[in-house]
Design a protein around this ligand. Structure first.
Ligand SMILES: [Fe+2]
Length: 338
């Protein structure tokens, strides 16, 4: 009898422990697409027993967080660019995460907030795409060159106000000051083949169609186009250039994460952050979206590696952040999108 009782108690103990783990949950508001984060979150649940619940939206999540206030169920917010990370912190929607020894050793200070409110998860380069047929060898070019008369009528780009371009303009201000960046921006505008429009891939399509010879675009889009039946022809028409290799290096943008200010499951949120910076999740990001892992222990995908080594601009993202408002003003002032 005693043995049976002990056995039952033991079993009961195990049951309540696993029931507890099964109850643990982390709620995620994600600007990043489901195809990308789903496999990563499944791996997280497998390893930790913590369930994940995701609200995905391309827009409106920040408004939603504000509306929900203290009652918000959100624990972690995943963003697809740096400006959303800043906005979340600026609008007081975040709280500090714990800088674990892993985060400290694996994520360069350049890629995290000094108040510990946001951190980067993946990196991408702001590349110059160029026509194989018409642009010649641009592997030694600099962003500064885009304002030179040699590119008159040859440049395509998306809106100057898009976060990817604003980040680049902000980095130009950090390196050259406002006045020099303004004249650079006027020069680039004067060289545009058409009004800024569409996304990064639409510019590569325009190169393929002969509308322009060069464009600005993030690195992972080359991988995405190569894996798309319709777009592979666009990708095959261009070279991927890493600007400023002989001086400061190419401009880097990031995706990232924050812990929400009123996170009901803060411990689970921290565990998710730790997991996302770890080797397994970083490798999944690298394979699934062809971005560069922020954790230097993890290699980029084979395809991304084949594009070659590059030197990255070492400017801290906080510096880029500082100059973003000025960048937006300059883009408006020179009428870049008009
Ligand atoms: Fe993107």
């Amino acid at each position: 009898m005693k043995r049976i009782l002990t056995g039952l108690l033991f079993a009961g103990g195990i049951m309540s422990t696993s029931a507890q783990a099964a109850d643990e949950q982390v709620n995620i508001y994600s600007f990043r697409q489901p195809f990308l984060i789903k496999p990563i979150l499944e791996q997280f649940t497998t390893e930790t027993g913590i369930k994940t619940k995701v609200v995905f939206a391309k827009k409106g999540l920040i408004q939603r967080l504000k509306r929900e206030g203290e009652l918000s169920p959100a624990d972690v917010v995943l963003t697809s660019n740096f400006s959303k990370l800043l906005q979340l912190k600026d609008e007081d929607l975040t709280q500090a995460y714990r800088v674990t020894p892993e985060i400290k050793s694996q994520i360069a200070p350049q890629f995290r907030d000094s108040d510990q409110h946001w951190l980067a998860l993946t990196k991408r380069v702001r590349n110059v795409y160029s026509s194989k047929a018409r642009a010649g060898d641009l592997s030694a070019m600099r962003y500064e060159d885009l304002a030179k008369p040699a590119f008159k009528g040859k440049i395509c780009t998306r809106s100057g106000k898009h976060p990817y371009n604003l980040g680049l303009v902000a980095s130009m201000i950090a390196h050259h000051g406002e006045a020099e960046t303004e004249s650079w921006l006027r020069g680039v505008k004067a060289n545009l083949a058409r009004k800024p429009q569409g996304n990064d891939r639409a510019q590569v399509k325009a190169i393929k169609e002969g509308l322009c010879d060069v464009s600005l675009g993030n690195s992972y889009y080359l991988g995405k186009m190569l894996k798309d039946k319709k777009q592979i022809a666009w990708a095959n028409a261009v070279n991927l250039n890493f600007p400023n290799q002989a001086d400061r290096g190419s401009h880097i943008n990031v995706s990232g994460a924050v812990i929400a200010k009123h996170a009901p499951h803060k411990d689970a949120a921290q565990k998710l952050i730790d997991f996302l910076e770890g080797d397994k999740a970083q490798a999944l990001y690298a394979e699934l979206n062809m971005e560069y892992p922020v954790n230097p222990n993890v290699a980029p995908s084979k395809l991304v590696k084949s594009w070659g080594e590059y030197k990255a601009d070492g400017l801290p993202l906080e510096k880029v952040a500082e100059y973003r408002p000025k960048a937006l003003k300059l883009v408006d002032k020179v009428g870049f999108d008009l």
